[in-house]
Design a protein around this ligand. Structure first.
Ligand code: G3P
Length: 218
């Protein structure tokens, strides 16, 4: 399973990268706004800076919601760097644009996926990734992980190459259950990745090892 970090914060991206387990980055307009990144040139420079840190797929989202606009923005983003994956919302013009990009060899991540039908449509259009939002479904009382399971099953049935990128992954249990189900990728904040390090028995066990070592090495 690939680990992507879901942020536009360069420090956090660098920290996850330095841990040695990072496979890619996902961003979205909210995450870019959170970092105060605005204006075309600054946005493009920020994506370049992310690409300079991580040698893996970097999802960069279009703002346009009309076909021509999505194509224009997506082509400009794809030109920035080979690792850019154009993130396109699950709307009618988005699906048409995904088909266009796929025919041109431009990789895409279809975002805001909340149903298996949407995931099936995105795969048929040739999306490289689909991003079902686990946490946001949980927020409204629908089992987000069940959707991941359903999409993995459907893609397996027909051998779709589209990768299931579980997004809106909020905690360790989400991540582990995605791994059990067989999601190709999870994207989550840095603290979810670093939480995987923690176990109290590791801490107490290490403290005892060091104390025992000290007893005979002073
Ligand atoms: O990748 C999508 C993600 O950014 C949404 O996460 O926690 O805002 O639902 P969240």
């Amino acid at each position: 399973m690939k680990f992507f970090i879901d942020t536009a914060n360069l420090k956090e991206i660098q920290e996850a990268h330095d841990l040695g387990v990072l496979d890619g980055v996902t961003t979205n307009p909210s995450l870019m706004a959170k970092e105060g990144i605005s204006g075309h040139d600054n946005v493009m420079a920020h994506y370049k800076a992310i690409c300079d840190i991580v040698d893996g797929d970097i999802s960069a989202e279009v703002i346009a919601v009309d076909y021509e606009g999505i194509i224009r923005e997506g082509e400009a983003l794809a030109e920035l760097h080979n690792n850019i994956v154009v993130k396109v919302p699950m709307i009618k013009d988005g699906v048409k644009a995904i088909k266009y990009f796929s025919d041109k060899g431009i990789r895409t991540n279809c975002t805001l996926i909340f149903s298996a039908g949407q995931a099936l449509l995105a795969a048929k259009a040739g999306a490289s990734y689909v991003s079902p939002f686990v946490g946001r479904l949980d927020d409204v009382g629908t089992d987000g992980l069940q959707l991941i399971q359903q999409i993995v099953q459907i893609y397996d049935n027909y051998g779709f190459q589209t990768e299931v990128l579980a997004a809106s992954v909020r905690h360790v249990m989400h991540l582990l259950q995605c791994a059990e189900i067989g999601a190709d990728v999870v994207t989550c904040p840095l603290n979810v990745i670093t939480s995987l390090l923690n176990h109290p028995l590791t801490d107490s066990g290490l403290a005892k090892f060091l104390a025992d070592h000290k007893k005979v090495n002073i």
